[in-house]
Write a new protein. Structure first.
Length: 228
C-alpha cells in the first residue's frame, strides 16, 4: 500500500483508486474522472496517454492530465494541447489558529445551482454540477445570497484537497475566503486526514494559504487538451 508521500505525487490517480473510485473511467491504463463530475486524468506510463486521450476525447471536449513532472504523449490528429498550466501543491504543515467570525454553513444539494453559478462567474471553465459529489462544500451568505464558498475535491484515505475557493466580486477583501479555507481545513483534520490544495504558481492567494499553515511542496501541472 502506498503511503501519503507517494500518493501526493499523483493525487488524481490515487483519488480515483480510493475515495472516488465510483467516478473512475480507465482507458489503456490511464485513469480519468467521469466527465460530468470532473475532467481530470492521471497516468504513470506516458506511452499509454496517446490512445487514452483519443478515447476520452470522444466524451469530453476539453480535459486535463495532472502530473508532477511527466509529459503526456498525444496524437495531434485527434487531440491538441491548448496550454500547460504551471501549478503547485501545498500541504498543511501546522495549522495556525484563525478566529472564525463569519457564520459558515455546510451546503446541501439544494445549493448546487448557486455553487455552480458562483464558480462560473469567478472562474469560468471546467467546474461541473456533479463536482458537488466529490466532497463537502461550505459557504457564507450575505444579503440572502451565497457570496463565498470553498469545497473539497480530490481525496483518498489519507488526504482531502481544499478547492473551489471563490468569492463574489462584490464581496471580496473581507476575509471570507481565508476563513472558509481555515474552516474547511479544520473539518478535514477532524476526519484525521491531511489537508492539501493546488493553485497556480504566483497566485496572490499563496501567502494567505501560508498564513493558515500550508507549505509549498512540489510542482503539480495541468496539461489542458481539447478535442481536435
Amino acid at each position: 500500500m502506498k503511503n501519503l508521500k507517494e500518493k501526493l505525487k499523483n493525487p488524481v490517480w490515487y483519488s480515483l483508486n480510493e475515495t472516488h473510485n465510483t467516478f473512475l473511467l480507465e482507458f489503456d491504463g490511464v485513469q480519468f474522472y467521469q466527465p460530468d463530475v470532473c475532467v481530470f486524468g492521471a497516468f504513470f506510463d506516458a506511452s499509454k496517454t496517446t490512445k487514452a486521450l483519443n478515447e476520452y476525447s470522444k466524451i469530453a471536449d476539453k480535459f486535463f492530465l495532472v502530473t508532477e513532472n511527466q509529459t503526456p504523449i498525444i496524437d495531434t490528429k485527434n487531440v491538441i494541447l491548448e496550454k500547460k498550466i504551471d501549478g503547485c501543491q501545498m500541504v498543511l504543515e501546522n495549522l495556525v489558529d484563525l478566529e472564525i467570525t463569519e457564520n459558515i454553513v455546510l451546503l446541501t444539494d439544494d445549493y448546487i445551482d448557486e455553487i455552480y453559478d458562483l464558480i462560473w462567474l469567478v472562474m469560468p471553465g471546467f467546474y461541473k454540477r456533479r463536482g458537488f459529489e466529490m466532497g463537502k462544500y461550505f459557504g457564507i451568505f450575505k444579503d440572502s445570497k451565497l457570496v463565498s464558498i470553498t469545497g473539497q475535491r480530490m481525496q483518498t484515505n489519507d488526504f482531502i484537497e481544499v478547492s473551489g475557493v471563490v468569492t463574489h466580486p462584490n464581496y471580496t477583501k473581507r476575509g471570507y475566503a481565508k476563513q472558509l479555507v481555515a474552516y474547511t481545513t479544520k473539518d478535514i483534520l477532524k476526519e484525521k486526514k491531511t489537508p492539501i490544495l493546488h493553485t497556480n504558481k504566483g497566485n496572490t492567494a499563496i501567502p494567505i494559504y501560508e498564513k493558515i499553515g500550508y507549505k509549498l511542496t512540489r510542482d503539480m501541472n495541468w496539461w489542458l487538451f481539447r478535442k481536435k
